[in-house]
Design a protein around this ligand. Structure first.
Ligand code: RIB
Ligand code: CA
Length: 308
């Protein structure tokens, strides 16, 4: 049976990969809803981006608008990676209207009413998922697990200490880490193994000439090669969270604990991942440690050629 999920995102070039991969994988994923937050760029761009991607893939999944800022503090985007519009300037045909309603309300309703436990997937700031849980904690009894692209146990990519999603709403992530449901974390150290090199991009583009595949390759071609990873490629962060649900045997995992630095200083937003049980804290995290990179890119090609 496919896993029922709600995908919360901030498209976002790599969010686009994750969203299309989820839509292309109905055997493993029952995409109940897409919820959108401000993140890589403002909600006034991430929402139309999500709607355009869903339409491009021919999906009827409902898309809900959510938070345009974090739980605390001001919104800050990351246009240096994703461009001013969030998709590297690649213009897609506009999608349809958002489904009426607020993301957090939709998450609460869908989870409350689902006949089977729902997996919450977060690939942007954790605000929408946190708001849903904070305003109706009872839904957690019908949440199977929470799968996040977030955090880092070594250096960050938005600050030396913090990964962008964790940095964007550290209080929101802290809510998820302390909610009592298992949190699967795809950190920067995992996503560095999903490094999209120019050769990978060329191979993906050669897999077919369908509109979704070509659009996603056009989008990825605009992403700067990562200085942090010696300019060898650009990490495909967000689809790692979806790939884990489709093909978990591509990954190895480690149970551990993680908590957030919520202070005002230079380490704010750092995810403190206790890989060696130094704190003795209860294990609240399933850390994704290694990725079969070849298998990951094979999966992308295998699924993206299914899309229109
Ligand atoms: O640090 C990478 C994460 O931040 C990804 O989710 C990317 O889309 C950005 O949101
Ligand atoms: Ca994202």
């Amino acid at each position: 049976m496919p896993t029922p999920i709600i995908l919360d995102c901030d498209p976002g070039t790599d969010d686009a990969f994750a969203l299309l991969l989820a839509i292309a994988s109905p055997e493993e994923i029952d995409l109940l809803a897409v919820t959108v937050a401000g993140g890589n760029v403002g909600l006034d761009s991430t929402l139309p981006n999500a709607l355009a991607l869903v339409a491009l893939a021919g999906s009827a999944v409902p898309v809900y608008a959510g938070a345009d800022r974090p739980l605390l503090g001001a919104f800050e985007s990351e246009v240096r990676v994703h461009g001013e519009d969030g998709l590297g300037g690649v213009v897609l045909p506009p999608g349809g209207p958002a489904t009426p309603g607020i993301a957090a309300d939709a998450i609460r309703r869908i989870v409350r009413e689902s006949p089977a436990p729902v997996t919450l997937v977060g690939i942007g700031p954790a605000t929408n998922l946190a708001l849903a849980i904070m305003t109706e904690p009872a839904i957690l009894s019908n949440v199977d697990q929470i799968v996040l692209m977030t955090g880092a146990w070594a250096e960050g990519n938005r600050t030396p200490a913090a990964e962008f999603n964790a940095w964007s709403d550290p209080e929101g992530l802290a809510v998820l880490l302390s909610c009592g449901r298992p949190v699967v974390m795809a950190t920067l150290e995992l996503t560095a193994q999903a490094l999209c090199t120019p050769a990978h991009l060329a191979a993906l583009r050669g897999a077919g000439n369908r509109r979704c595949l070509q659009a996603i390759c056009d989008i990825q071609a605009t992403v700067p090669l990562s200085r942090r990873l010696n300019g060898a490629g650009a990490p495909l962060h967000d689809p790692c969270a979806i790939a884990y649900l489709i093909r978990p045997n591509l990954f190895t995992t480690r149970a551990c604990s993680a908590e957030m630095d919520l202070g005002p200083g230079p380490s704010r937003g750092r995810s403190l991942v206790d890989r060696w049980d130094r704190t003795g804290r209860a294990h609240n995290v399933i850390l994704l440690e290694t990725l079969d990179s070849d298998g990951f890119f094979d999966l992308l090609a295998e699924r993206f050629v299914r899309l229109p």
